[in-house]
Write a protein that binds this ligand. Structure first.
Ligand SMILES: [Zn+2]
Ligand SMILES: [Zn+2]
Length: 386
């Protein structure tokens, strides 16, 4: 296993040195395809920058298990002192997707070296543009048919998690990561001179009232166990100290952990904005857009994954609050059952920086543990009826 860990460390360092943003992962895909080719694993490009690898089984099981790794980097200027620091200015694997990719390639190598013949088919999905949202990432790959031919029975995904120790895993029943929606409220009034507010209708006054009202929505509507985060992140309006503007804009982010909560919050934002603006004689337009859906684990698959962790001599962290960050893996789970694992990866030395931080790094031993867990999961998955 230590030889394999070294191999994954090398892979991870390579991807880390040459990060590519979502939709531009051309060199990354080429590297992945060459690697699979060398292992004798059938593979193909899906879309411009997705790769699908196929490990056929013995045919004893008709099931198809997909395992997904995301491969894109972020527009972050790296601030680590690592010897394998990013060589691409302004781009960095600050979300650990370099490690995710190395784990999936490491798993492929491990299965090959063991001459392991799974009972059913294992599909390796290397997904681009997870960070981009919209149709660029998971949703786009699904539209292009990554869950078809052969049809996927269930899917597993994972994320390195610097808040847990290497060897610890968190696999919730149900909500694992929050749903992520953005909202934008455009408030229109009447511009004018700062000296004559009564001749104008200042949209900033309405915007401030709307901000206060929507900030109180989580506290007003939900009880303590209902994890919801609502943040106004942008408030814009005006150009000068003495000109009343005609328009003000509020933008923000809503993170919810149940479908009902999501609907309630989005409705409440719209109602608060419209009612307040009406009271102020302002007009307003409310737009909302989904960034990533709620990531809901299938309890039976989550249980199987937890068993694989324990059987590998590693630790399952009890069900806790879902992470409030989001993942586009939730799209797959709207089509097939599956589970997403958070992989403990706190660095052994120094501070643990969170995902997207310019100093983010992780404990590479987490990669070796995860290959063991995934191999164990594959065995259990095909040996379970259904
Ligand atoms: Zn990220
Ligand atoms: Zn990520």
């Amino acid at each position: 296993m230590d030889k394999l860990l070294q191999e994954m460390v090398n892979l991870r360092r390579h991807f880390h040195m040459y990060p590519e943003l979502g939709g531009e992962e051309f060199a990354t895909c080429e590297y992945i395809q060459n690697y699979l080719q060398e292992l004798g694993i059938q593979n193909e490009r899906l879309g411009a920058t997705g790769v699908i690898g196929l490990i056929p089984g013995s045919g004893r099981s008709a099931k198809v298990l997909a395992i997904r790794a995301d491969i894109d980097a972020l527009a972050v200027q790296e601030e680590t002192e690592l010897e394998f620091k990013s060589k691409h200015d302004g781009k960095m694997h600050a979300c650990g997707h370099d490690g995710h990719t190395a784990i999936l390639l490491g798993l492929a190598r491990y299965l090959k070296e063991q001459n392991y013949l799974p009972a059913g088919t294992v599909k390796l999905i290397f997904q681009p543009a997870e960070e981009k949202g919209g149709d660029a990432g998971a949703r786009g790959l699904i539209q292009k048919g990554c869950l078809k031919n052969p049809d996927v029975t269930a899917i597993i995904g994972y994320h390195l998690w610097p808040e847990l120790e290497s060897g610890q895993y968190m696999i919730n029943n149900g909500a694992q990561m929050a749903g992520n929606d953005r909202f934008k409220i455009t408030i229109t009034g009447k511009g004018g001179h700062g000296a004559y507010p009564a001749r104008a209708n200042n949209p900033i006054n309405g915007a401030v009232a709307v901000c206060t009202a929507i900030n109180s929505i989580p506290a007003r509507l939900f009880s303590a166990g209902d994890y919801t985060a609502l943040s106004v992140c942008r408030l814009a309006g005006g150009t000068s100290f003495n000109i009343i503007p005609a328009e003000a804009v509020i933008e923000g982010s809503v993170r919810t952990t149940s479908l009902e909560t999501r609907e309630k919050v989005l409705e409440a934002i719209e109602a608060a904005a419209k009612n307040i603006c009406q009271g102020y004689g302002l007009s307003c337009q409310v737009e909302a857009g989904q960034i990533a859906p709620l990531l809901l684990n299938t309890p039976e698959i989550a249980e199987l994954a937890r068993q694989a962790v324990t059987a590998s001599g590693l630790e399952v962290v009890p069900d806790t609050a879902p992470a409030m960050v989001s993942e586009d893996f939730g799209h797959y789970l709207q089509h097939v059952p599956g589970a997403f694992m958070l992989i403990g990866a706190r660095p052994q030395r120094g501070e643990a920086y969170f995902l997207h931080n310019p100093k983010f790094d992780f404990d590479s031993t987490a990669m070796k543990h995860t290959v063991r867990v995934l191999a164990e999961f594959i065995e259990r998955f095909f040996n379970t009826a259904g």
